[in-house]
Design a binder for this molecule. Sequence first.
Ligand code: ASP
Ligand code: MG
Length: 827
Amino acid sequence: MSSPDPDSWVVHKFGGSSVADAACFARVAAIVEAQPGRRLAVVLSACKGVTDALLQLVSSAERQDESWRATLQALRERHATIAAALLPAAVVQEYLAEFDRDVADLGSVLRTTQVMRTGGQHVRDRVSGYGEIWSTRLFWRTLQQRGQRRAIHWVDARACVVAVWGPLGPGIQWPLSTERLHKLLAPDAATLVVTGYIASDAAGIQTTLGRNGSDFSASIFGALLSAAEIHIWTDVDGVLSADPRRVPDARVISALSYNEAMELAYFGAKVIHPQTMAPAVGRDIPIWIRNTFAPEKPGTLICAHPNSDQPVKGITSIDEVALVNIEGAGMIGVPGTAHRLFGALREEDISVILISQGSSEHSICCAIPANQAARATRVLERAFARELADGQIQSVEVTGELAILAVVGDGMAGMPGVAGKVFSALGTANVNVRAIAQGASERNISVVVAGKDATRALRAVHAGFYLSPHTLSIGVIGPGSVGQVLLDQLASQRARLAREFNVDLRVRGIMSSKRMTLPPAGIDLDRWREQLLQLSEPADYERFLAHVKVDYLPHTVIIDCTANESVARRYYDWLAAGVHIITPNKKANSGELGFYRSLQAARRASGAHYLYEATVGAGLPVIQTLRDLRETGDEISCIEGIFSGTLAYLFNVYDGSMPFSAIVRDAKQRGYTEPDPRDDLSGTDVVRKLIILGREMGLALEMSDVRVESLVPAGLESGSSEAFMEQLPRYDARMRQRFEAAKARGRVLRYVGRVTSAGEATVGLMELELRHAFANIALTDNVVRYTTSRYCDNPLIVQGPGAGPAVTAGGVFADLLRLATFLGARL
Ligand code: ASP
Ligand code: MG
């Protein structure tokens, strides 16, 4: 959209799927009318499927199959229906009158074909060309009827484009074609509707530009009119960085050079045929690839010098390739071996896709289409029979079931590290590379890999160049109170983290205890609540993991927000598989020591990270502080503190004026306790936290090593929680006595956990001086005191709210970002 010159031409070409039916025609007309006020040449293909149907007519007639008559009528019906939807009756009549002349003409050609039993190329060219005539006449009338554009002319390309077929396809006679077009053009012409696909040969006989030739037509008219731009309208958003069926994360490339587009096209990317571009390339006309069905999208620009800092544009592959390898000491320094190898293949018409020879000249290998492998083996064994017999060449090996992966981009030239990235991505994805080729243009690096690895290889290399390396694929287990707050926090921070730190957080699945949701494109965080309602499938750990751990995203993390032992049991397998785990769930780290150690070993072996800051003190930096102390060489002699928000609350509030049981009842009503308050009063939760800290200090502790004072009176351990609450007042006097005794000594009661470097671990009620740090905390605060060789006289204290969904989720989120930094993100 460079030149604003109102007299300059812009060519717009619409493919068959863009003119499939009446709605399509109207859409195309609207696009054409919305173009800024320059002169437009609109090149159209035949309506979708029509060229195929026309060629079928010829084949049927050759087979003496009369069904061509009905098919021809059906084609007429199809066009008549579209015309009727778009045009007034009188104009439809006009259109159909012309159409019927064509049908009569076609009828005589096909009857002759039926008699002759063979059509030949001229007949095929003539018959298949009607599709473009019909679509353009229809569109021309439609545009006229809509009355938005001025001076609209129908151009029959056969009257101007002269194409002569040679071994490389149709060659355009430029001077003659230019002269004819300019003679044909009315001086006022502002809008041309041009038939794609068809042309005339030097003798004036109708020919075509080959299948899908309308793109070529667009480029030819672009050249003939010295157009400022060519727009190829199709049914995709532009040229994609990879085949989206194989790389779900493929994205539209905003700009490509002509050369890049040609390389990608050669390697099978569904771009635009290289030959098609040639006329535009020679005249430096920019080509846009755009989507008829989403005209607001920018599309892809193909031009000589695109503005782009992306070194790699696309990653494509050729499947079903075989590798020919000849090897032998006798080849070293002997000229002519390569010549004989390629000569033999050429004689058999076997085309070579890629060549690689090591500088030792000890072997040469090349890739060929797999379906020619057997033939290649025979030919080469024959060609090198003498050398093979003499042992100068040891072997001619042909290996099938391979694929070539090509990484394409102009920016690779002179940029160190691109090849390194390709190979490290392949290495990380565990893909073995069989052969490599990079041309001196440095525009293309091709690697041969096993066919079965091709998709994985494509995804890995694509991720290496197109994704943030800090892309985390996340599975959330346990969408309860903590899980839900976490999802909200992720939703609100996701865009900022991506923008500022290049950290790309993608929640791919959510699982509750019974059900799960695994949307194919992942969870849309802005509407996760809705998607959660569709927890539509029964929970299944294997399927959940398979969905989250997709190989086109670099890292996988499971966030376990449950308090569930059975989920914790899975950590070993996940860590061993390289899946990172983040959790506030204490069950794994406070389980048997052997299991805990196996988790740490699995983590170390696979390189996965296992983060659990929120298991102790929720979001407070309790574990991180401990690690920092140890890693910097400080010696910890004791960690003690109040680790239960619930018990902190009970003893902060209890002042003897109300019975202890009443305070428990009130706390239970406020939701400060577990549904069964014994889970808090027993001290088990504190024991678990103490075990986690003790093990983090390097101690080999089991839960049974901890001396616990349970606040559940003896005899009330079992039975319903209601019965327990009823019985509890019977013990109020005892608690009152302890409270008063402490008070008399100027002290208060606090439920404290303590672990020392000697391995002593205790949990229970203690009397503390009023000045003591643990005596002065608010509500559900946790407080942790570290006594170390550096912090001995005046210990280090971490204190603050240590329970509740918001701070627990905050702690989990902090671990997630810590994980991103471990993976290289810079926050
Ligand atoms: N209608 C022709 C074909 O289907 C040309 C084109 O669509 O580009 O091959
Ligand atoms: Mg087509």
